[in-house]
Write a new protein. Structure first.
Length: 195
């Protein structure tokens, strides 16, 4: 038989876990929908036939183009190709008004962090999936979640509160960067990542 004291302790523990694991993250993160439901699958699959570098290129001076500007989309979507409601938003609200699309960047690091795609993709020969998972073949966009206290994207901490058993792309805190650098014998001096 369990003693009443132990029972109360277990009940308390159970409720704190529920609050810590489900209620706290729910309250901590604010959700925002992306401006358009962009489908990587349509563009990189059979229909679009594009490769990642057609839109996300590392320029000859080493700079990463990031998310392509509207100009890129307009080269194919100056008027509607299909009948999708999302494409209609693209054409009516952005292309014809010449307004850039305000994408929310899931992987966005704080201002004080320096990160270069050229070093990681070219020199270290890492795949995009190592840090971004299956985003490049996704069909729809999940809401962007912003931490109400720090203002950072939830993707920095990662999807699980406990941070146990995560995939390589689930979370990009300082420790996560440093752990890979340690494994690959890259020195972790502060001023490498903080300029
Ligand atoms: C037609 C242009 C286009 C192509 C081709 C394309 N992307 Fe994208 N990519 C975008 C746009 C637009 C966004 C912003 C919307 C979003 O988050 O999906 C984006 C966002 C991303 C992001 C999210 C960055 C962040 O943290 O918010 C990743 C990762 C990404 N693309 C990877 C890939 C990979 C890998 C491929 C190749 C398999 C690829 N993309 C091909 C246009 C493209
Ligand atoms: C090389 C040409 C090309 C480029 C560049 C391109 N698209 Fe597309 N896009 C297509 C094609 C082809 C389709 C499929 C049309 C259909 O059958 O509905 C499509 C479909 C779409 C759709 C509707 C289908 C869906 O499920 O999402 C949206 C929204 C869209 N594109 C957004 C964008 C945005 C935003 C960009 C710029 C980052 C972009 N496209 C760049 C060719 C292109
Ligand atoms: C070593 C991890 C890593 C790898 C590998 C990687 N990325 Fe990223 N990516 C990041 C980080 C970290 C950021 C956020 C950078 C920042 O905020 O300064 C980011 C940001 C992005 C963005 C948004 C950039 C912007 O500001 O517009 C896109 C798009 C993207 N990555 C696509 C890719 C693609 C495509 C590949 C493969 C060619 C790739 N990434 C490989 C870690 C990585
Ligand atoms: C999966 C492994 C991996 C992850 C994750 C990773 N890196 Fe790296 N990083 C490398 C490797 C390997 C190099 C060495 C590349 C070379 O010079 O050959 C490197 C080099 C660097 C450099 C020095 C090169 C330069 O551009 O000046 C910086 C800065 C850096 N990483 C920042 C970061 C930050 C910030 C993060 C986390 C957001 C991160 N890295 C995550 C593997 C990784
Ligand atoms: C491999 C890259 C890397 C190295 C090396 C590194 N940092 Fe960081 N640091 C980051 C990243 C990425 C973040 C933001 C994500 C986070 O909060 O964990 C960060 C966040 C921080 C923060 C918190 C700032 C905030 O806004 O939350 C401090 C303080 C900090 N770093 C100090 C240091 C010091 C001191 C060193 C040297 C002993 C160092 N860092 C070395 C990548 C690095």
């Amino acid at each position: 038989m369990l003693k009443p004291g132990l029972l109360r302790f277990l009940a308390g523990l159970f409720f704190s876990l529920v609050i810590g694991w489900y209620v706290f993250p729910y309250a901590l993160y604010e959700k925002f929908e992306q401006p358009i439901q962009f489908s990587h699958k349509v563009h990189t699959g059979e229909t679009g036939g594009l490769s990642c570098t057609d839109c996300h290129e590392i320029k000859s001076d080493g700079r990463f183009s990031g998310i392509p500007a509207l100009e890129k989309c307009a080269s194919c979507h100056s008027s509607a190709i299909g009948t999708s409601s999302q494409e209609k938003i693209l054409v009516d609200e952005y292309v014809s008004k010449n307004r850039e699309i305000p994408w929310l960047i899931y992987a966005k690091q704080p201002q004080n962090v320096y990160f270069s795609h050229a070093s990681h993709v070219k020199l270290a020969a890492l795949e995009c999936t190592e840090c971004h998972g299956s985003h490049g073949s996704s069909d729809s966009l999940r809401p962007f979640q912003r931490n109400r206290i720090s203002g950072y994207s939830r993707d920095i901490w990662g999807s699980t509160m406990s941070r146990i058993n995560r995939a390589s792309w689930d979370g990009a805190k300082m420790d996560d960067c440093e752990n890979c650098h340690d494994r690959r014998h890259v020195a972790n001096t502060c001023l490498k990542c903080h300029k």
